[in-house]
Design a binder for this molecule. Structure first.
Ligand code: URA
Length: 309
């Protein structure tokens, strides 16, 4: 095997692809560090100006580069290498990650629970979430993606986590899968004025990787409280991760979908919930759109029944 070369565009492209699939999509330092030079056997002493700082290595987080069956996650493809000149690496945005957020612990889950429970309104909940530093995803995301739509709606839909478009706009489901979701809603006579939309995870995972179980546990109290405060007549879980998190099940989405379940809030409110396929999954698997269509018809019928009854 030949050593990777900083002068070979293919080596650079492969390295960037590796970084992107591992979720590394933010520069951390203002000055680039030449890892190729570090990997080469020491032939000459490095000039002091080029010396790379010694960094402590951290245990890697589990990163899934491929979406699971029921997931709406589509890992991002890396951008083509900007060129071989390391000076083209853009400056890192000035962000600081508190030490407490580097490795989320049980304390953060507890704090999230307390903050969520203390929010008396959706506005307060949003403020608590915006001020919460216990989830590492916050520090790579550009925006908190809290919700879109009508908080007084009878229907609430919950997805998995924001993607790039949602992160940029600070609103859920505004990208390609959001446009499909809008068409699905319109097919049953609804839109964002008659539905409320949120995600289990309110910050975009870097590179669109799958959120880790720990990140999900940290964010769970917030979405549970959000559901409780909205108190919709019907909940729709978009995709496996939303269904598993909010319906307390380990069953796969293809088995779950189409069958009514219940979401029980912390204060004991029982909300009928319909797990269905995630729009991003439907974009990859259009043959399954008919299944989602059936699920949405069920939702429409349930909303009618509850409005009449
Ligand atoms: N996928 C999700 O699960 N949520 C979004 O907001 C966008 C895409």
């Amino acid at each position: 095997m030949t050593a990777a070369s900083p002068n070979n565009p293919i080596d650079i492209a492969e390295l960037l692809a590796f970084y992107a699939s591992a979720g590394v999509d933010e520069p951390l330092e203002d000055t680039p560090v030449n890892r190729f030079a570090e990997a080469r056997p020491k032939q000459t002493e490095r000039a002091p100006a080029q010396a790379a700082p010694v960094r402590e290595s951290r245990p890697p987080e589990r990163h899934a580069s491929q979406p699971s069956l029921g997931s709406g996650r589509v890992p991002e493809r890396p951008a083509p290498p900007p060129g071989l000149d390391a000076s083209h690496v853009p400056d890192a945005p000035a962000r600081t990650m508190p030490a407490t957020a580097a490795v989320p612990d049980e304390g953060q889950v507890l704090l999230a629970r307390q903050l969520a429970a203390s929010a008396a309104t959706l506005d307060e909940l949003r403020q608590h979430m915006a001020a919460f530093d216990g989830c590492n995803l916050k520090f790579t995301a550009k925006n908190l993606v809290f919700a879109d739509g009508n908080p007084n709606a009878d229907l609430m839909l919950v997805g998995e986590a924001p993607g790039r478009d949602e992160d940029l706009e600070g609103l859920p489901f505004v990208g390609r899968s959001g446009r499909l979701l809008d068409r699905m809603l319109s097919a049953i006579g609804l839109d964002r004025t008659s539905a409320y939309i949120a995600n289990v995870i309110p910050w975009r995972p870097p590179g669109n990787r799958t959120p880790t179980p720990h990140e999900t546990e940290i964010c769970r109290p917030f979405i549970e409280r959000q559901i409780e405060l909205v108190n919709p007549k019907v909940l729709v879980n978009l995709g496996g991760p939303s269904a598993k998190t909010l319906l307390n099940t380990t069953e796969g989405i293809l088995r779950l979908r189409g069958n009514w379940r219940v979401h029980t809030t912390a204060s004991g409110i029982v909300i009928p919930a319909m797990p269905t396929l995630h729009p991003a999954y439907l974009l990859r698997t259009p043959a399954h759109k008919k299944l989602a269509w059936r699920d949405f018809l069920e939702v429409k019928a349930k909303l009618r029944e509850l409005a009449i009854g």
